[in-house]
Ligand binder design. Structure first.
Ligand code: WQD
Length: 338
């Protein structure tokens, strides 16, 4: 069994569908603190396959150990963690406890049960205020907020774990900006509360939850003055996890990969593409820069292509069309689905 922690979340649920459709046996572990059981139901609806669901918190060491005692787990894909940058600044202790202690519990129990294949959900946020783009995996890493610090610390913990025992196979996946949704419109990004990120906020504008978008900064040194990011379709990201799992099944070691498209798009690029593809209007106003934002961050993904034969296939138009299809089918998110 492949255990997916945080498998009820946005990227976790799409990865679960991809794994089930590829014939893998999976189990989903999630405490539902930032997701809903409805996504588990939709995973089963889309794949017509059953998979065990464990409503467990990684902070509950004994409950987590029992899962490993009662199930034959071969590898773990570890998504579970708090992930809101702004929230992490106001709640650092909660972020360090949840993300770091949760991961330490998981790794200790994996070691006790001799489960030594791990794919970890890291983030491009570890590149901090990158001075050069596109970024490669060997560039300097740093953190500009507690959320980013947890990702950086966990990467260091996993590197030290491998040094202590070379029998491990560990993939550190640095995601850029995941957006989009499953082509069916049944699975998508279902943030609790008011989202922080650009695409879910654009979606809130088109489904009436917000009357207009705020563009934070138009004075960056980019082609149109707005922030440039590497947006990657969540379906490509899911496939990247399968590629990383296969790499861990083949080789021992610790491997770090950028998962992006290698293309940087600005805020205006995204707004204009979304409006054109979906034939909608996105009203906005312009405000000063958001503290902590960088002007431009996008990936060099050649290492993932070379070592895992993985490359993103879907473009910005697909990301915009698929995000829109999901929000139109689920105007109030999962809990209000028809
Ligand atoms: C993208 C661009 C904003 C909202 C964050 C996390 C990162 C990762 C992905 C987890 C920026 C601009 C945004 C809005 C705007 N998450 N923007 N108006 O900040 O690149 O990355 O999410 O791993 O860790 O840092 O993504 O979508 O918040 O912002 O103008 O209402 O859109 O200034 O230029 P970001 P984002």
């Amino acid at each position: 069994m492949i255990l997916i922690t945080g498998g009820a979340g946005f990227i976790g649920s799409h990865t679960a569908v991809a794994l089930l459709n590829a014939g893998y046996e999976i189990g989903i572990l999630d405490n539902l603190s930032n997701s809903k059981y409805e996504s588990i139901r939709r995973i089963k609806q889309l794949t017509e396959k059953e998979c065990p669901f464990f409503e467990i918190d990684l902070l509950d060491y004994l409950a987590l150990d029992r899962i490993f005692c009662e199930n034959k787990i071969d590898s773990v894909i570890h998504f579970a963690g708090f992930k809101a940058v702004g929230e992490s600044v106001s709640k650092p202790l909660e972020y360090y406890h949840n993300n770091i202690t949760g991961t330490l519990n998981l790794c200790r129990i994996m070691r006790e049960h001799n489960v030594k294949k791990l794919v970890f959900s890291s983030s491009a946020t570890v590149y901090g205020l990158a001075k050069v783009v596109p970024v490669t995996e060997d560039m300097p890493i740093s953190a500009t907020n507690p959320y980013g610090s947890t990702k950086l610390m966990i990467e260091n913990i996993l590197n030290d774990l491998f040094v202590s025992d070379n029998d491990w196979s560990i993939a550190l996946l640095r995601y850029f900006n995941p957006i989009g949704a499953h082509k069916s419109g049944i699975l998508g990004e279902n943030p609790n509360g008011i989202p922080n990120n650009l695409m879910p906020r654009i979606c809130n504008v088109v489904n009436g939850k917000m009357d207009k978008l705020t563009i934070w900064g138009t004075d960056y040194a980019t082609h149109d003055g707005t922030g440039v990011r590497d947006y990657i379709h969540v379906l490509d990201l899911a496939d990247g996890h399968i590629a990383a799992l296969n790499k861990c099944n083949k080789d021992k070691g610790i491997f770090t990969y950028n998962l992006g498209t290698g293309i940087g798009y600005s805020v205006f690029d995204l707004i204009n593409t979304f409006a054109r593809v979906n034939n909608v209007n996105i009203p906005y106003d312009v405000c000063p820069r958001r503290p902590g934002d960088v002007a431009s961050l996008y990936a060099d993904c050649s290492k993932a292509e070379k070592e895992m034969s993985w490359k993103a296939k879907l473009g910005l138009e697909d990301m915009c069309a698929d995000s829109y299809k999901f929000v139109k089918k689920n105007p109030k998110g999962y809990e209000d689905s028809k």
